[in-house]
Design a protein around this ligand. Structure first.
Ligand code: GDP
Ligand code: ZN
Length: 310
């Protein structure tokens, strides 16, 4: 029997079998995944094979190849990591122009990380209702900037539900990660999309009461129309610690396009003569904020500060 892992409590995995049945499953003690050193071999989003037993539970006997996965490093010293979720189809990054203002550096770091993991991102601009005239203009500029680069943008108001129906359609049949700084309205939006989402908070606190580690608990919530949202506590972005300096350019789509015309193939676009990227920034083909974000990520790597986005 095959199915989808929808919840991981640390000891049990809840699997939704392809016939619709929910089966509590365990992994065999000697179960190991080749090539990945992680504290958990199975994660939400994994497609698994099950061997059921008489008690109505099952053993996970195999995991299908993942198309992607997101990890959290256990610590800076250890090479072990924790797999937070697998097989993401897309990420919604919820941002706000004010109350609170999401910085462009935060957005661009998230986008670069998502490019590295090859996960499409939709930028969701929430709290449109609180913006004054100038802020509405600024929001329009941001939407224009990111749409021009190639990212889908949606302006919504989670509180009133404006624009939420359109998002609901985009979630159907997909596994979606919701991310964003605290206070931008993620819970409000999920509550709009999932009328019974209040269940999840109580479930999580029950898990806490049982002395469970937040880091091992993860869950996907199923939408009535099909599709899942990953609701793992503490995912703010993708770990960008393992992106090499030389690779960084390719994760800023428009910078990458211009970099093809740089004089030197190993150009870092910081000072080199004949740099097509610097010229494009001066000519306003590349936005100053995007270039600043690129430089700030590059600088982190220079200083060997392998900062994670979590
Ligand atoms: P989270 O930390 O991202 O989960 O944010 P919450 O969903 O808890 O929202 C933070 C605050 O913003 C709450 O007081 C919400 O009522 C408020 N909020 C969320 N969405 C909107 C919106 O579209 N407009 C306005 N005015 N407030 C919102
Ligand atoms: Zn260059």
């Amino acid at each position: 029997m095959k199915g989808l892992v929808i919840k991981n409590t640390g000891s049990w995995y809840t699997v939704k079998a392809d016939n619709g049945k929910i089966i509590e499953s365990k992994i065999k003690g000697n179960f190991r995944l080749k090539g990945i050193r992680s504290t958990n071999p199975v994660a939400v989003g994994d497609r698994v094979e099950l061997i059921t037993n008489q008690e109505g539970t099952a053993f996970i006997s195999a995991i299908e190849d993942r198309k992607n996965y997101i990890i959290r490093k256990a610590s800076n010293l250890s090479k072990q990591s924790h797999i937070l979720a697998a097989n993401l189809d897309q990420a919604f990054l919820i941002v706000t122009i004010s109350h609170p203002q999401t910085s462009t550096t935060f957005i661009d770091r998230f986008l670069a990380g998502a490019e590295a993991y090859r996960i499409p991102v939709v930028l969701v601009f929430n709290k449109h209702d609180v913006l004054d005239e100038d802020e509405v203009r600024y929001e329009g500029m941001m939407v224009n900037l990111y749409e021009t680069i190639g990212y889908q943008c949606k302006v919504i108001c989670a509180k009133t539900g404006e624009g939420v129906d359109e998002l609901r359609k985009m979630l159907q049949g997909k596994i979606t990660l919701f991310s964003g700084n605290s206070g931008v309205g993620k819970s409000t939006l999920i509550n709009q999309l999932l009328p019974d989402a209040h269940l999840r908070t109580s479930e999580i606190s029950e898990a806490h009461d049982a002395g469970m580690h937040t880091t091992t608990f993860s869950e996907m919530l199923e939408f009535p129309g099909g599709g899942y949202v990953i609701d793992t506590p503490g995912i703010k972005g993708f770990g960008t610690f393992d992106i090499e300096k030389e690779e960084l350019t390719s994760y800023f789509k428009e910078i990458f396009e211009f970099s093809k015309d740089c004089k030197f193939s190993n150009c870092t676009h910081t000072h080199e003569p004949g740099c097509a990227v610097i010229r494009a920034v001066e000519d306003h083909y590349i936005s100053a904020s995007r270039y600043q974000s690129y430089l700030s990520m590059l600088e982190d790597k220079d200083e060997n500060k392998y900062r994670e986005a979590f």
